[in-house]
Design a protein. Structure first.
Length: 517
């Protein structure tokens, strides 16, 4: 019974999100209220399921490690579908389920008549299941799956307003910054497999301190802590979260005020038995936490809008929680995380109405800060961390994407004979197919149109093969069969063109993760 309950907790929101995705791609006529109520019901059922696990834990004791099945197994590599049900996961999981239920209900009214309401609710359901997987999973690989899905949800909702370049750029900034942390997570998983042959949290906790200056414990902990610091926007990764407020208010509240911003802290709490073996890592957490708290406090003093002030306060508070972890006060940090998540979610949910009702200007900058011109300038510029991060990482990623597109247009397109810049589809093959489908070449016996030496060669070979197929292979099967085959081909081509459009990439991402799982 426990296995069934715990497996349904992350799975149920994903099923609802998948149903919304299918409805969106198929353009089914579904009432937006129905979508909102179904998403709210899903979150409520998840809350009831985890409350049921809480009751079982109170009556029968903590279930501990629960193995549901095997996800992957090859030689020495074994990845189970396992969940850890202790007081940390059950307590925080109950809070997450409660906040997700409130958020779904709030979003149903808040996004009423919004054009992207279906897309928003689909991503919110994806995020709900991902957060529950991060909290309940019993091994690092399963946690990483939820980690990545939550990250994808974050990037998609930061760029929710696809027509606003600033929103898409901020989504890109968040994605690139978090990829650095994800590299650390992968490093931790690899080293755990290499030295222990397992990625179970229970076995990682039992790894003993080595005699070397840089021990196995140090390297594994460093990888996971890099992921935690980036995900929770700790110094020097803080700037991305202050630019992540372009999404709708419910996503800002639940992602960056209550839940996802604490995912890195939760990972730190989960690794507490490992971290206490390395005093220098604990010292590093103290330093980073204090730097982050100072950065969030000073930068928040010069903000003139309520959401920015709240998000810098969040940065500062989470920094103090990492400081608590560095001091060894893990229980205090866990309680502070729960209290802060509840309070900050409530504040951000009320931020739009507060801004609407407030008529007086923002509170002036404290005199002691305005008199310190260098510190005041640094706070306004957010200590130039955004510019440094953009110069080192974001601009490089954007330039690489531009160079890749330029290579496709100037080299790949010319090699296969497709004119560049004649369509807004996402690949040369699709442009070639669209040109054929829309009548780019109506001459009898020709199936495409090519330019250049390679394009003409491909056109000639394709036309010859088409003639052989039509006049020698299919001739004896009858005209009706040939006509039916052509109709089927046209329909498949139409489906291919539809799925190649950028607005269906979200659906493709979801399907890819479903296949992986």
């Amino acid at each position: 019974m426990i296995k069934t309950l715990v497996a349904l907790i992350p799975l149920l929101p994903w099923l609802v999100g998948g149903w919304i995705a299918v409805a969106r791609v198929g353009r089914f006529s579904i009432n937006e209220r129905k979508i909102g109520h179904l998403s709210t019901l899903s979150a409520l059922v998840v809350l009831l399921l985890i409350l049921g696990l809480d009751v079982i834990a109170l009556i029968q004791g903590l279930p501990g490690q629960v193995d549901v099945g095997t996800w992957f197994e090859s030689d020495i590599y074994h990845v189970p579908i396992s969940f850890t049900l202790d007081w940390l996961s059950l307590g925080h999981g109950t809070l997450v389920a409660l906040l997700m239920t409130i958020s779904m209900r709030f979003s149903t009214n808040y996004l009423h008549h919004e054009a992207g309401m279906m897309r928003f609710m689909m991503v919110m359901n994806l995020f709900a299941g991902s957060m529950m997987l991060i909290i309940l999973s019993g091994n690092a690989v399963l946690t990483f799956v939820g980690w990545e899905l939550a990250g994808v949800s974050s990037f998609l909702l930061i760029g929710y307003a696809l027509d606003r370049p600033i929103a898409t750029r901020n989504a890109q900034r968040a994605m690139v910054t978090n990829r650095i942390g994800d590299a650390g997570f992968i490093l931790g998983i690899f080293l755990a497999y290499k030295w222990m042959g397992s990625v179970s949290w229970d076995q990682i906790h039992t790894l003993e301190l080595g005699n070397d200056l840089i021990s196995q414990t140090s390297l594994i902990a460093c990888g996971f802590m890099l992921a935690a610091l980036a995900k929770s926007a700790q110094f020097p990764f803080s700037p991305w979260i202050s630019r992540a407020l372009d999404g709708p208010t419910p996503s800002s509240a639940i992602f960056y005020g209550a839940l996802m911003v604490h995912a890195g802290l939760y990972l730190t709490l989960r690794l507490a038995p490992l971290l206490v073996q390395e005093p220098w890592i604990m010292t590093l957490l103290v330093i980073v936490g204090l730097l982050t708290a100072f950065y969030g406090w000073i930068s928040g003093l010069v903000q003139s809008d309520v959401k920015s002030a709240l998000i810098f306060s969040t940065i500062s508070q989470v920094g103090l929680m990492f400081f608590m972890c560095g001091m060894g006060w893990f229980t205090l940090a866990a309680w502070a995380m729960a209290a802060h998540a509840s309070w900050r979610a409530w504040q951000l949910f009320h931020a739009p109405s507060l801004g609407f009702m407030t008529s007086k200007p923002a509170q002036p900058v404290p005199r002691w800060l305005s008199n310190q011109h260098w510190l005041y300038t640094a706070a306004q510029q957010r200590f130039w961390l955004e510019q440094i991060g953009d110069m080192l990482f974001t601009h490089s990623a954007r330039k690489m994407a531009q160079d890749t597109r330029m290579f496709e247009e100037r080299v790949v397109d010319r090699l296969i004979g497709v004119p560049s810049g004649e369509s807004d589809t996402i690949s040369s093959l699709v442009r070639w197919q669209a040109m054929k489908f829309e009548g780019g070449d109506h001459r009898k016996g020709h199936i495409g149109y090519g330019q250049g030496v390679f394009g003409k060669l491909i056109q000639t070979v394709a036309t010859l093969l088409h003639w052989v197929e039509k006049h020698m292979v299919l001739k004896g099967t009858g005209e009706n069969f040939l006509s039916g085959l052509q109709m089927l081909g046209n329909q498949l081509l139409r489906i291919d063109l539809i799925l190649s459009r950028p607005r269906y990439l979200i659906f493709m991402i979801v399907i890819t993760f479903v296949i992986i799982l």
